[in-house]
Design a protein around this ligand. Structure first.
Ligand SMILES: NC(=O)c1ccc[n+]([C@@H]2O[C@H](COP(=O)([O-])OP(=O)(O)OC[C@H]3O[C@@H](n4cnc5c(N)ncnc54)[C@H](OP(=O)(O)O)[C@@H]3O)[C@@H](O)[C@H]2O)c1
Length: 274
């Protein structure tokens, strides 16, 4: 049975992917910061399939934990066929209001942790002669959104690294691809590292937040498209570089951004793609 290691399985896409991959016959290593508070769906799955499903602790920002998890999985299963870098954190706020520590924490979680996990699994995958690395990016890796500069920058960087590594590892049997979700209703907004806007940004941020809250409120709760995209990314013989999931609503984002009157008053005209 192929082995998949998934980060950030305490909720949202990670939890659903762990369930979906187990259903499709994978042995699943579902990692999360606090396995003691794992969702019931996964503790029940692990209890029902103790030989195939393992819940284990991993804070992706912790270098010792990253190495420890890969060593443990290799010792127990002898292989890692698929790594899914799913754990991530969001943030909204004016760049000027975002402290450096928060910016760095965002990059540790969304970029540096995932990249180090890739570095750790590559020797195993090379020795196997095969492997699939799936990075969960975002439409925020494609469009540039005001008040989300840190998140967009971290996801753009992960997308760029994915594309470069997909070429670099091509001769080894390893493929590095991404799943690019649009908006889904998960725990992401409530865990988002948001900052209140300071006076110079207050009016623009107020309008932006209202529009963005509306977009999030209308997002679907069923994350099946993300699970299906990840399964296709893991199993397609010739994988795409990017698998989108639920990105259709994003077509309305550029017009929303355009409609932000305060931005237009200060001479900004956003297309969302510039
Ligand atoms: N929902 C969306 O609309 C959307 C759209 C595009 C992309 N994405 C991306 O999809 C991925 C999953 O997000 P989601 O929507 O499923 O949100 P979610 O339910 O909040 O899941 C995020 C997961 O990441 C984990 N996490 C955060 N920091 C971590 C760390 N340092 N180490 C290990 N795990 C950590 C969280 O664990 P804790 O419970 O410990 O905090 C949680 O399990 C993220 O990369 C996100 O950027 C989401």
């Amino acid at each position: 049975m192929p082995v998949v290691l998934i980060t950030g399985c305490s909720s949202g896409f990670g939890e659903a992917m762990a369930l979906g991959f187990a259903e499709r016959g994978f042995q699943v290593v579902a990692t999360m910061r606090k396995p003691t508070s794992a969702p019931a769906s996964l503790t029940e799955l692990a209890a029902a399939r103790p030989d195939d499903v393992m819940l284990t602790a991993l804070d992706v920002t912790d270098a010792d934990m990253r190495k420890g998890v890969i060593d443990t999985v290799n010792a127990r299963f002898g292989r890692i066929d698929v790594l899914i870098n799913n754990a991530g954190v969001g943030s909204r706020g004016a760049f000027e209001d975002t402290p450096d520590a928060q910016l760095r924490m965002m990059f540790e979680t969304n970029l540096f942790g995932p990249l180090d996990l890739i570095r750790l699994v590559l020797p195993l995958m090379r020795a196997q002669g095969s492997g699939r690395i799936i990075n969960v990016t975002s439409v925020a890796a494609m469009i540039k959104t005001p008040f989300m500069s840190a998140y967009c920058a971290s996801k753009h960087a992960l997308d760029a690294a994915t594309a470069a590594l997909n070429i670099e590892t091509r001769g080894t049997g390893v493929r590095v691809v991404s799943v690019v979700p649009g908006p889904f209703k998960t725990a992401l907004p409530q865990n988002s590292l948001d900052r209140a806007a300071s006076a110079p940004y207050a009016a623009i941020a107020e309008t932006f937040n209202r529009n963005f809250d509306g977009l999030e409120a209308g997002a679907p709760t069923d994350v099946t498209p993300v699970v299906l995209a990840a399964l296709a990314a893991a199993t397609d013989a010739e994988p795409l570089l990017r698998y989108t999931a639920g990105t259709e609503p994003v077509k309305i984002l550029p017009p929303i951004l355009q409609a932000l009157a305060p931005l237009e008053k200060i001479g900004l005209h956003l297309t969302g793609q510039d």
